[in-house]
Design a protein around this ligand. Structure first.
Ligand code: PMP
Length: 403
């Protein structure tokens, strides 16, 4: 039987293939700067205390009972309510007036995919504009939803900072009413975000052009260490009256990677529209995977709503960010001490989990082969993989390949 003879292996994913190569390396000194998962200063994954507290608080609540009813809508609605407060602000009018359609999703990826399907269904001809560069999976998600893609200028490789002129030109030159994906903070992979003033200009221009802003919020808290501060871009768009869409993930800021907890919200003109959009989002999800898992959402809802646990979470997010800032500074300092003539200021200027190092694919290849240091070929380093123990080794290797 020859049903599948024509199936060839899929091309390797640029991010997950780094982990595979890292795991296959038997060297004791190897370092994984590939995937963006937070690690402590010993390189170990972290379970936040706020989650342990939330778990203790809900112990005894009937988890199996929740799971048995596959669309346990009360738990799911609570998650959505708490998530939208986190991103739009607890006092936002949008929430008070119920002018949003929100659904629980399979983490941030699921939220993006659900939105892409929704966009395709109700604006079938509209492309999505993605920043250049962006998280590589954005391309896969909108491609598989059969939405045509364009890119807009974002990063300036020479200055290793935002190419605001190119960004604004592309926003202005796109046809009126285009869909744009924006990273509200801690842009992946560049670690470069617009300033507050630049966000105001972007929002203004989006209004002039009547563009639709879709925010992919995968790292709230990870840019500045402050959850509200990191939502500033979205709050600016809210103030300007945009009806935006937003994907939220709790993978990074709560360390819930495998639990797949997320939320998609679309802002609406009124409650009637919110009901219609929510029902359409549920209908699309129903045919793809019916409903997302029930475990995990009670933990997130508890962290977000409990007056004792929420401040602990905010403190722990700050702690993770502060460790990353410390290793950024150490890497920068080590390279300076080694006498590197390269300008490495971007290591400390960039924010979030990643440093877009500027290393070429050839240099990255040398880091792998000669030093057992793994990162994506575009030179993106996950700073979460850097520790007090390996930062000097890393600096020395980077210095060697950039001499
Ligand atoms: N968007 C961006 C920009 C990301 O970096 C990620 C995680 N790498 C995601 C979305 C989705 O992550 P998850 O599905 O694990 O929540």
């Amino acid at each position: 039987l020859r049903w599948w003879d024509h199936v060839r292996p899929a091309p390797k994913d640029p991010i997950t293939s780094v982990t595979e190569a890292f795991l296959a390396d038997s060297s004791p000194i190897k370092i994984n700067l590939g995937v963006g998962a937070y690690r402590d200063d010993e390189g170990k994954p972290v379970i936040l205390q706020c989650l342990r507290d939330a778990e203790a608080k809900i112990a005894g609540c009937d988890f199996l009972g929740i799971g048995r009813e596959s669309n346990s809508s009360a738990a799911s609605s609570k998650l959505v309510e708490e998530s939208v407060k986190l991103v739009y602000g607890k006092d936002s009018n949008i929430i008070k007036e119920g002018r949003y359609a929100g659904v629980q999703t399979l983490s941030g990826t699921g939220a993006c995919r659900l939105f892409a399907e929704f966009q395709k269904r109700f604006h079938p001809e509209s492309p999505i504009y993605l920043p250049n560069p962006t998280w590589s999976n954005h391309h896969n998600i909108w491609r598989d939803a059969q939405v045509p893609q364009n890119t807009f200028g974002y990063y300036h490789p020479d200055s290793k900072s935002l190419d605001f002129t190119a960004l604004m030109n592309d926003v202005k030159n796109a046809p009126d009413g285009s869909f744009f994906l924006l990273h509200p903070c801690a842009h992946n992979p560049t670690g470069v975000d617009p300033t507050e003033e630049q966000w105001r200009e972007i929002s203004y221009q989006f209004k002039v052009k009547n563009h639709f802003p879709f925010f992919d919020m995968a790292y709230q808290g990870f840019a500045s260490g402050d959850l509200d501060r990191d939502a500033l871009s979205i709050r600016i768009f809210l103030e300007d009256g945009h009806l935006l869409g937003c994907a939220q993930s709790f993978a990074k800021n709560m360390g819930l990677y495998g639990h797949r907890v997320g939320c998609l919200s679309v802002l609406c003109n009124d409650m009637k529209q919110a009901v219609a959009i929510k029902s359409q989002l549920h209908k699309i999800a129903r045919a793809m995977y019916s409903s997302p898992p029930a475990h995990g959402i009670s933990l997130v809802s508890t962290v977000l709503s409990d007056p004792d646990i929420k401040p602990l979470w905010a403190k722990e997010v700050k702690g993770m960010v502060s460790r990353i800032q410390t290793v950024r500074a150490s890497l920068h300092e080590s390279l300076r001490k080694l006498g590197s003539t390269v300008n490495w200021e971007h290591i400390t200027n960039q924010v979030g989990m990643f440093c877009f190092s500027g290393l070429t694919p050839k240099q990255v290849d040398r880091l792998v082969k000669e030093f057992h240091i793994y990162m994506t070929l575009d030179g993106r380093m996950s700073m979460a993989g850097v520790t007090t123990g390996n930062v000097n080794y890393l600096a020395n290797a980077v210095h060697e390949v950039t001499k």
